[in-house]
Design a protein around this ligand. Structure first.
Ligand code: ATP
Length: 132
C-alpha cells in the first residue's frame, strides 16, 4: 500500500516526520482525511489533534492552528506550536484548562474572553492528543 510523508513543523523544530497511510485534520471548513495522491490543497487549520494513521496504529499530534499544505505524496503542517501526544504534560494541560474555564466563567470585565477561549482549546487539544 502506498504511503504519504507527514511533516509537522514549528518555528523551533520539526515535531513529526513519518511515512503514514492517512492524515486526519480539522481544517477551518471541517474535518479532512488525506490519503496518498490527494489533490494539492492549502488550508488553515483549527486548534485540534491531528491524527496520523499507519499500519493499524494511530498517533496524535496536538496542533495549535497554522496551515496544512498537501502535495502529491507529502503533507506539511506549519504551526506556531505543536506537540506529539506522547510528549504532552497532561497535568499542565489540565491546569491550563481549569484556569481558562475559571476565566471564562468570571464576570470581571478585564477578562479577555477570546484569549481564554483559545487557551481552553489548546488545553483540550493537548488532553485529547495525549489519549486522556
Ligand atoms: P500553559 O498555560 O500551560 O503555558 P499555553 O497554552 O499557554 O499553556 P503555549 O503558549 O501554547 O502554552 O506553549 C508554550 C510552550 O510550551 C510551547 O513550546 C508548547 O509546546 C509547550 N507546552 C505548553 N503546554 C504544554 C503541555 N501541556 N505539555 C507539553 N508542552 C506544552
Amino acid at each position: 500500500m502506498s504511503t504519504l510523508r507527514l511533516e509537522v513543523v514549528t518555528p523551533e523544530r520539526k515535531v513529526y516526520e513519518q511515512d503514514v497511510d492517512m492524515v486526519v485534520v480539522k481544517g477551518v471548513g471541517g474535518e479532512l482525511g488525506i490519503l496518498p495522491r490527494h489533490i494539492p490543497l492549502v488550508t488553515p487549520l483549527k486548534i485540534a489533534p491531528v491524527k496520523a494513521k499507519k499500519a493499524g496504529s494511530e498517533e496524535f499530534i496536538a496542533v495549535h492552528g497554522g496551515f496544512m499544505e498537501v502535495r502529491k505524496d507529502k503533507v506539511v503542517i506549519l504551526a506556531e506550536t505543536a506537540e506529539l501526544g506522547s510528549d504532552i504534560d497532561v497535568a499542565r494541560a489540565q491546569q491550563a484548562k481549569e484556569r481558562a474555564e475559571q476565566r471564562l466563567a468570571s464576570k470581571q470585565e478585564e477578562i479577555d474572553h477570546k484569549r481564554a477561549e483559545l487557551a481552553l482549546q489548546r488545553a483540550l487539544t493537548r488532553i485529547q492528543s495525549s489519549g486522556h
